[in-house]
Design a protein around this ligand. Structure first.
Ligand code: GUN
Length: 282
């Protein structure tokens, strides 16, 4: 069994990002803005991770933290200001938004050219149709991890569990575009095991602890755990996979933490640099 070490690869990439950004020292610095509405402990932790890595590689980082009472007009106005600010390369509207907010309206108000998460219809439509575009960070990080370990998806049966707009759906489409045979499952899938047992590469992104047990994976397959949640007993970070038991049956497996998580942040940095280059070259 080989552990897909996302932490190590992300650290290597971090060094490369520093060099790339340093090569643009004669230009303005790349800049990421994160918008947070209201208080959400988990979001604040995610944002701190993003901030740390941005600042390490030389990307300016700014958090715009608004009260949950901010009006619709004011939030749209703030996004518009950032859209028109030529020193801003990427805008993240941190999810989840408080319940009363219309997520679609605000996500779609971010210009496609600053949509570093890849939520905009235009970016998702391009991805679906296999045209060059920004790839959402988690699927991009996952594909880079597979590529690093020379795990080819061409002609493989890939099973994706999870259908979010930011992970499951783009990942499934990217795999299709790379020549994989793709099955998409979700929380409501009856007899999930019937599908997971057929997977040459299993991707799971549900946030359900212990969803994938040893009896559900094919021998010598690859398991990519994109889930992240807190262990109900000890509060530690865990994925969807019963790692300790599954690891002995498969050929490759990602740990949680230290697998997909660091690769997601690394891919976010790559996306900021991608948008930055477009901005400074135009
Ligand atoms: N909340 C948790 N993960 C993400 C993410 O990747 N993007 C945004 N915008 N919100 C999140």
């Amino acid at each position: 069994m080989i552990i897909l070490d996302g932490k190590k690869l992300a650290q290597e990439k971090e060094q490369q990002f520093k060099i790339i950004i340093n090569n643009f020292a004669n230009f303005r610095k790349p800049k990421l803005i994160v918008i947070l509405i209201g208080d959400n402990f988990a979001s604040e932790i995610y944002i701190k991770h993003k901030q740390r890595v941005c600042e390490t590689v030389g990307i300016l980082f700014e958090l715009k933290h608004f009260e949950a009472t901010i009006s619709q007009e004011e939030l749209l106005k703030q996004i518009d200001i950032l859209n028109n600010d030529s020193t801003v390369d990427g805008i993240i509207l941190q999810l989840p938004l408080p319940n009363s907010f219309d997520e679609e309206k605000y996500l779609q108000s971010i210009l496609p050219s600053k949509d570093v998460d890849g939520f905009h219809y235009q970016n998702q439509g391009k991805l679906l149709q296999n045209y060059g575009t920004l790839i959402p960070a988690t699927p991009l990080g996952v594909l880079q991890l597979l590529e690093h370990y020379k795990i080819d998806v061409l002609s493989k049966h890939c099973v994706v569990i999870g259908i979010s707009n930011i992970v499951g759906k783009p990942l499934a489409n990217l795999l299709i575009n790379k020549g994989a045979t793709v099955t998409v499952c979700q929380k409501t899938t009856t007899d999930l095991k019937k599908y997971t047992l057929q997977a040459d590469i299993l991707f799971t992104a549900t946030g359900r602890e212990m969803l994938i047990t040893e009896d559900m994976v094919k021998k010598d397959s690859t398991v990519v755990d994109i889930g992240i949640t807190r262990d109900s007993k000890n509060g530690k970070l865990v994925g969807d996979v019963d790692f300790d038991n599954v690891k002995n049956k498969v050929k490759y497996i990602t740990p949680v933490p230290g697998g997909v998580g660091p690769m997601t942040i690394s891919a976010l940095i790559e996306n900021i640099i991608y948008l930055y280059k477009q901005h400074i070259m135009n």
